[in-house]
Design a protein around this ligand. Structure first.
Ligand SMILES: *Cc1c(COP(=O)(O)O)cnc(C)c1O
Length: 351
């Protein structure tokens, strides 16, 4: 257990602690449909739908997310994709060349990319053979300068979720921040950790509209955390980081939960089907259980099978160079037609 209580002030970079957030024109007054005359932001006054700066706090969108997820709007930060959100977390808490973060390969590549861009050391602790966090090893690896541990659950590219027990052990034994990346949570039966941000002051949960919500093109990511953490991230975010078109499209989509649920259920049905069929393909040696919208499978020769599929017009992801993923391929679940084409092609290249 922790020997000292969690203290967010010890984690924030010194320069960020001193910062006052930039106050933009739209921070001071936001149009709420009232008849105010806005001559404060040097905008073009002729209405075309996007001639005004967007709401820097995305109030309407946050309110819906707040209602749907039963967390206060003060516990939400939105960004230009979760990639921006993750970058803000690095920039707020990690002192370049001094601090370090821990990632658990095989996992999402952006944690390492962002660590490198921010000149922050990345320590890697491999997942266990069953793709679970190696808690003992993680606790041995962390030191005074470890600011963040990234847990991707369901994990990309393995598809599995991390056990509650493992996550709780890390949360309770580490005094830095734990980021749980839930990009694929909507495809899982497991509950989101976002409702636990009240219980664990060191927990940050990131989500995205890029996967289950079908909005990868608009770039909208979210971070759920304590108000202390959110306030710090708000200090350093670019004022208009979520553009007006994105806010509008995101709002329309989150209000249509029926459509989203319907697409998710079709994808899950297809995942179940593809899982069974992959197991019957002669060159497939293992198919891993997935809580996401993709399936990882071990084959006889990943490079060979990858090229064969490519030659026949099917693009998948070859994960063979990732640790613990030798000869694995990652298949995203497509539409029924796309999956049928994949299946026919897999059968063609069997011999
Ligand atoms: C796809 C993915 C994301 C999405 O990032 P966005 O910037 O929101 O599109 C985040 N985390 C993981 C693990 C992913 O696989």
């Amino acid at each position: 257990m922790k020997t000292t209580p969690f203290n967010i002030k010890q984690l924030v970079r010194e320069n960020v602690k001193e910062l006052k957030p930039y106050s933009s024109a739209r921070d001071e007054y936001v149009s709420d449909g009232s008849k105010m005359v806005f001559l404060d932001a040097n905008e073009n006054p002729f209405e075309n739908g996007v001639n005004r700066y967007p709401d820097p706090q995305q109030r309407s969108l946050k309110q819906v997310l707040s209602d749907q997820n039963e967390v206060a709007t003060a516990n939400i930060l939105l960004g230009n994709g979760s990639d921006e959100v993750l970058d803000l977390i690095f920039r707020a808490f990690c002192e370049p060349k001094v601090d370090n973060v821990v990632t658990l390969p095989p996992t999402y590549g952006m944690y390492k990319v962002l660590a490198n861009i921010n000149n922050v050391e990345e320590k890697e602790v491999l997942l266990t053979k069953s793709f679970q966090p190696d808690v003992e090893q993680i606790l041995e690896t962390i030191n005074q300068n470890t600011k963040i541990i990234f847990l991707c659950s369901p994990n990309n590219p393995t598809g599995n979720s991390f056990s509650e027990e493992n996550i709780v052990r890390i949360l309770e034994n580490f005094n830095g921040l734990i980021v749980i990346d839930e990009a694929y949570i909507d495809f899982s039966e497991k509950e989101s950790w976002l409702t636990k941000v009240d219980k664990y002051p060191n927990l940050l949960v990131t989500q995205t509209l890029s996967k289950a919500y079908g909005l990868a093109g608009i770039r909208l990511g979210a971070c759920y955390a304590s108000t202390e953490v959110i306030n710090i991230l708000n200090k350093i975010k670019p004022p208009y980081n979520v553009n007006e078109l994105t806010q509008q499209r995101a709002l329309a989509r989150v209000l249509h939960q029926d459509q989203v649920k319907n697409e998710i259920s079709k994808i899950l049905q297809e995942r179940k089907k593809l899982f069974q069929i992959l197991k019957e393909i002669s060159f497939v040696q293992e198919v891993y259980q997935s809580d996401a919208n993709f399936i990882l499978a071990k084959v006889d020769d990943a490079n060979k099978r990858y090229t064969q599929l490519l030659d026949m017009g099917i693009v998948i992801r070859n994960r063979t160079t990732q640790p613990l993923c030798e000869n694995t391929l990652r298949f995203t679940i497509g539409t029924l037609t796309e999956n049928e084409k994949l299946i026919t092609t897999l059968k063609k290249i069997e011999n």
